[in-house]
Design a protein around this ligand. Sequence first.
Ligand code: SF4
Length: 276
Amino acid sequence: MKVKLADKHGFCFGVKRAIKLAESHQGGITLGPLIHNKKEIERLKNDFGVTVEESVENLPRGSEVIIRTHGIPKDDLAKLTQSAEKIIDATCPFVTKPQKICEIMSQEGYQIIIFGDINHPEVQGVMSYSSSEPIVVMSPKELFGAKLKEKVALVSQTTKKIEDFLGVASFLVQRCAEVRIFNTICNATFDNQEAARHLSQEVDIMIIAGGKNSSNTKQLLSICLEHCQDSYLIEDESELDPQWFTNKKTCGVTAGASTPEWIIERVVRTIEGYKG
Ligand code: SF4
């Protein structure tokens, strides 16, 4: 089977930076998983003794705590400052940006609208920086019936699709007197999505490697499905089904921003071994 890799795929700047920080703080504890990739989290635990604690209350006093790429809520940060021996901040700068925007714009009296998944840790962190209750939506439809103010400020979860973000922006522009729109979708997400969109139009099957709980990986799957019905999301090569490749000639491969190169290489090698 012929395999084509997306021009841009895999580890982004924010994830590379976070992993380097974790590797250089052996025995550190991350508050929530550092990134959304179980295999890489396991590797950090086995090779560097970096463990995960879900709640700030359960952290042993005096620990070295690593803040995940997605950031954490403002209150948790305040508690950590009191209890941790050392805080290593691996929050991606692309995530810090919407946090700061929400803080400043809400202080200036703008109602904050966040386009994203309210259950995602990044969004929960960003929400906490708004001094007034923000509205969080996954689509413009969810804004019907919402009590919108005259002045609103819109930010996006970093890993969302730009077309969907523009849909929310357009809805607001038609209904509010003043709309401040901040495109906080990160460059890595945008580049990976464009490369996946392009590749999925020229292959018979697309494989997306990445964590099933990773937002940017799920977005890649959704983009690939728009152009290639035979698109599959897998965490690693063990989830590949040889039957998917029957009568196929070319397979495209892309990977989420938190998928390490060693997983991508194994996936590619396994697919190359299929007859098609
Ligand atoms: S996907 Fe974007 S926001 Fe998320 S860690 Fe990578 S660079 Fe940062």
